[in-house]
Design a protein around this ligand. Sequence first.
Ligand SMILES: Cc1cc2nc3c(=O)[nH]c(=O)nc-3n(C[C@H](O)[C@H](O)[C@H](O)COP(=O)(O)OP(=O)(O)OC[C@H]3O[C@@H](n4cnc5c(N)ncnc54)[C@H](O)[C@@H]3O)c2cc1C
Length: 288
Amino acid sequence: MKAAPFAYHDPRNVEEVLHLLATLENPRLLAGGQSLMPMLNMRVAFPDHVIDLNRVEGLDGVTERDGALRIGAMTRQRDVEEHPLVRARLPVMAEALSFVGHWQTRNRGTVGGSLCNLDPSAELVAVAAALDAVLEVRGPAGARDLSIHAFPEGFMTPALAPEEMVTAIRFPFWPAGHGHCFAEFARRHGDYAIVSAAALLMVEGGRVTRASLTLGGVAAGPMRLREAEAALLGAVPSEEVLRGAAARCQEIEAMSDPQAPAWYRRRLATTLVRRALETALARAGGAA
Ligand SMILES: Cc1cc2nc3c(=O)[nH]c(=O)nc-3n(C[C@H](O)[C@H](O)[C@H](O)COP(=O)(O)OP(=O)(O)OC[C@H]3O[C@@H](n4cnc5c(N)ncnc54)[C@H](O)[C@@H]3O)c2cc1C
């Protein structure tokens, strides 16, 4: 199929993009096009105007500031995956990106596009929730920060006004020596995961001093497992403790769809969280 007709716009700076968003009828931003182009061609999306972000200056790059990496919305997923700062500070993101589609799609796909597309199974969305990322949003009223936890408004619907855009995302990083793991189950490598799990652990003096556990693919937005995180804090991380934390996934409210029923997602979540915790612990220098 072919896309329905639309007018194409090729702005060069953020101000121009914001003007177009505020004045055009039914516009849509185009980033890497790895989700939007199929949606246009399958006629799932019908914008009257497509605003191309690919020549807009100042929207890409990775910089370190105040304990966070700031990644421009238009930074390509492959560039992020291979970036030395990302590998050093956010190893869980580099690991998660290796599961995102294929290197061909990551060459075009952007970090901002993946977050704004907000697929329930998108690896970057789960990682952003695990790291308590903050999105930098620009609109007619100026700039605002938006927590990733307030970003999903519904199924594949970010909490953005129609005339707003994401310009960058800040990912706070964990101290050196933390353990991390991103694990997922997909039918084929490169497919969206049915369920994914991100685990971050800090172990000091033989006890867990910080924990972050996130599931992707179980609900419209990423799910932080706050009770399991709390149960880990202060514990000596034995195999039994990790299994106990993972077992809390048996109680989550998981979605059902034609791909997998809720009970199967809960079972996958339990196994993936246990595996992710074991690997994170091993990488933190501990042993289950
Ligand atoms: C074969 C294939 C396999 C894939 N497998 C996976 C996978 O396993 N995991 C996964 O997560 N993804 C997967 N994807 C999707 C891919 O990661 C996309 O790159 C991503 O979903 C969208 O990023 P994009 O830059 O291509 O955005 P686009 O497709 O250009 O845009 C996506 C949406 O975000 C909006 N948008 C983009 N940028 C902004 C912005 N700055 N501000 C506000 N709104 C914005 C657009 O208007 C659009 O609605 C796959 C894609 C393909 C083709």
